[in-house]
Design a protein around this ligand. Structure first.
Ligand code: CMC
Length: 394
């Protein structure tokens, strides 16, 4: 509500920008719930598509509602042929995140519904299209970056299976799906599905508050997610671990660098604005990483380095005093790598996971009678009034 006074709050650390009934976080107790359901239960028992339904509609679907939703999503996985050509316009070494945000923004040119952008049917159709098409766009961006042919979706598969096939399969060849990999990826997508008013979600809401359509709002969210302090952290963690390995694996020396703030080096995958004891997603992911590596019989030296870093940090005053713990991104990169994805793709996978949350938040925003266009204030620090001086006199 307007109070007439302006509060200075850099990074909006203490500003609640909205009311929301979607996700509950207790940062001190390490609690995360979607629509009241603990993340631990959803990660173990649910599926990504079911969680998407839950976030969007507020309730878990019945078997019939789930089948209908899954059926609608699988019918929209194909991209328009003109949009497929889009991928050829980028340089072959293009990072897939800007390709993703550009292609999603472009969807609004393919689906220019004549009704209002906030009409219930328009929003419902755009929701299904986005959930169905983002994995296809992501897989096409990936294949393009590898110089490989695109693989059309196979709608007899689940969303996650389809995505793995489009990413790693070959046209007209049977794809041997690894169920352990599919399960791990599904779980990771669930863990990323929403996280209340983080940077990208706030971006989606802010852009949407100007009555911008859903596709363009989500595209803006993808751009925000691409930053290394947000979704880009999962790739940064892997680059950090590879860097430590390349320099001889001296974890203790690296930690000294992190603690010397002048070095500007941060321990990527550590610290969180809200979680100040532990990130419940990190606890689940650490377990999944171990199980996956064991079942797939993978030995990755980077996992050993990560465990060593974590152990040192948890016993070091610098990290303890600042309440810095592993966040969701500390172990995810190692899992994505084990599944066969290059570092460049990690944030794209985060985006697929976060999509249902962004949409649910956007929908909550447009249906909230208290919504106003987002328009923060500022504290002006520039010069006082002064007279213009012509260029000859300067
Ligand atoms: N390594 C070393 N020092 C750190 C780190 C870190 N990862 N994170 C915070 N600090 C220090 C920071 O220097 C500051 O110290 P001091 O009080 O002496 O100035 C103190 O801890 C508080 O840090 P902050 O930057 O004020 O905290 P924040 O709430 O603004 O930032 C963060 C949160 C996640 C951006 C930050 O912890 C960070 O940069 N972490 C590394 C990047 C990362 O892993 N990001 C993923 C976040 S989770 C997934 C997502 O949101 O996408």
């Amino acid at each position: 509500k307007e109070t007439g006074t302006v509060t200075y709050d850099p990074g909006f650390v203490n500003t609640a920008s909205t009311r929301s009934a979607i996700t509950y976080i207790d940062g001190d107790a390490g609690i995360l719930r979607y629509r009241g359901y603990p993340i631990e239960q959803l990660a173990e028992k649910s599926s990504y598509v079911e969680v998407a339904y839950l976030l969007l509609h507020g309730e878990l679907p019945t078997a019939e509602q789930l089948a209908t939703f899954e059926g609608r999503v699988s019918r929209h996985t194909l991209l328009h042929e003109d949009l497929r050509h889009f991928f050829n316009a980028f340089p072959s070494d293009a990072h897939p995140m800007p390709v993703l945000s550009s292609a999603v923004a472009a969807l609004s040119t393919f689906y220019q519904d004549t009704k209002e952008p906030f009409h219930e049917d328009v929003v419902d159709q755009a929701t299904v299209r986005l959930i169905a098409k983002l994995p296809t766009i992501a897989a096409y961006a990936f294949r393009k970056s590898q110089g490989l042919p695109t693989v059309f979706p196979d709608n007899s598969l689940t969303l996650v299976e389809n995505f793995l096939r489009m990413s790693f399969g070959f046209p007209s060849e049977p794809y041997e799906l690894n169920p352990i990999a599919a399960k791990a990826l599904d779980q990771l997508l669930i863990l990323h599905a929403d996280h209340e008013q983080n940077c990208s979600t706030s971006t989606v809401r802010l852009v949407g508050s100007a009555h911008t359509n859903l596709f363009a709002s989500i595209s803006a969210g993808i751009s925000a997610l691409a930053g290394p302090l947000h979704g880009g952290a999962n790739s940064a963690v892997l680059e950090m671990l590879e860097g430590i390995k390349a320099e001889g694996g001296d974890v203790a020396r690296f930690m000294e660098k992190v603690k010397n703030k002048e070095s500007g080096v941060r321990l990527m995958g550590f610290g969180h604005r809200v979680y100040k004891n532990y990130d419940p997603r990190a606890t689940i992911i650490k377990k999944t990483a171990h199980e996956l590596f064991e079942k797939m019989e993978i030995h990755d030296e980077l996992l050993d380095l990560a465990l060593e870093l974590e152990e040192i940090a948890l016993g070091d005053d610098y990290f303890v005093e600042r309440k810095l713990y592993p966040n969701v991104d500390f172990y995810t990169g190692l899992i994505y790598k084990a599944l066969g994805f290059p570092t460049k793709m990690f944030t794209v996978l985060f985006a697929i996971g976060r999509l249902p949350g962004w949409i649910a938040q956007w929908r909550e925003m447009i249906n909230d009678p208290e919504t106003k266009i987002g328009r923060p204030r500022q504290i002006y620090t520039g010069s006082g009034e002064r007279d213009y001086v012509t260029v000859e006199q300067r």
